[in-house]
Design a protein around this ligand. Sequence first.
Ligand SMILES: N=CN[C@@H](CCC(=O)O)C(=O)O
Length: 415
Amino acid sequence: MSTASFLLIGPFTQVVTMADLPLTGPLLDEALPIEEQAGVLVQNGKIVRVDAFAYLLPEAEANGYAIQWIEEPMVLLPGLIDAHTHLCYAGSRAKDYALRIAGKSYLEIARSGGGILDTVRKTRKASQAELEQSLLQRCQRHLQEGVTTCEVKSGYGLNLEDELKMLRAIQNVSQQQPLELVPTCLAAHMVPPEFEDGATYLKHVLKVLLPQVKAEGLANRVDIFIEDTAFDEADALRYLKDAQELGFDITVHADQFSTGGTEVAAHVHAASADHLEASGEEEIHLMKKAGVVATVLPGASVGLGMHYAPARKMLDAGLCVAIATDWNPGSAPMGDLLLQSALLGAAQKLTMAETWAGITYRAAHALRLTDRGTLVTGQLADMIAFNTDDYREILYMQGKLKPSVVWKRGDLIKN
Ligand SMILES: N=CN[C@@H](CCC(=O)O)C(=O)O
């Protein structure tokens, strides 16, 4: 093995490794594992060791390892993981936003043929190349803001051709640039205008689209929006069980405006139930019993001017809580994970440790990824460094302090 491929990065004032913390329940800031004046030894995109820089340096010098010197006070954390987005879309819904702040609700706009179906019309018209171009730009922004892994859903095609176009665009963009995209098939976002009822459309998706998605290796995850304006619980349950039979992991848009979705998610032991603004004690209990990750989406609450999901209660009840942007053109166009997490933390009284867990290793768990989210031996060297000497400054600045250095699999992406 060539020693030349070893890279020592440091010294960092603090390395917040997120090592050995529990997957579920409350976390105190005192529990955060922080290495001071530390360095990170990297090889082949993975972390070999995190240790005192003073110990690592002589080894690096003796063996001729490359050294990336960090000249200023910096705090290092795992790269952020955004576990729920609709980043692939065409067009804007600024018009919906204007209607909403003038008093119309999200569901009223959806019922009158706007909302998601408006983006469906625009996305169907866009070519795959156009979708790739706008997705690429959003990926670049996410990377600059410290997101190194990002889930992306289809769901604005709602037919074979356009759902495949979206998923192929997501796959291509994932291969073209450093931000790793985790694709999810959300053909069950709405009933498309060509179909009269949800059940018939879902049967069609199961028969025609999902086998093709599997055959092309375009996604391993299936999602469904359970809500009055989308799909009901009974149809969703049948669909998700059949999708599981086809080998897909499951995630669910649940309890955004009304309850019912978490019951379905618990029934199929979904990897995660996402949104959860309407969830109460019963729903929290169901998720806990079934081991479903609760992914909360503060960006949708901000975008729609509504209350946050009860993240504090969820943590106190022993859930694994992940936090994601929901970046989409309708309910959550902002897409700033750090800012939104800081706002959620302030409103829901989350400790800084709970917020960081929700956008690092607990978000990885929501996506069933085991190779990222902490800075420990063997994990991907996905890392972000902030120009400060105290990790608490970052959430305190509520999103205004962005990472100044970003590494993806050990490669320097932003400096
Ligand atoms: N609620 C359903 N889906 C998206 C919104 C998509 C849209 O409005 O375009 C969400 O997660 O918030």
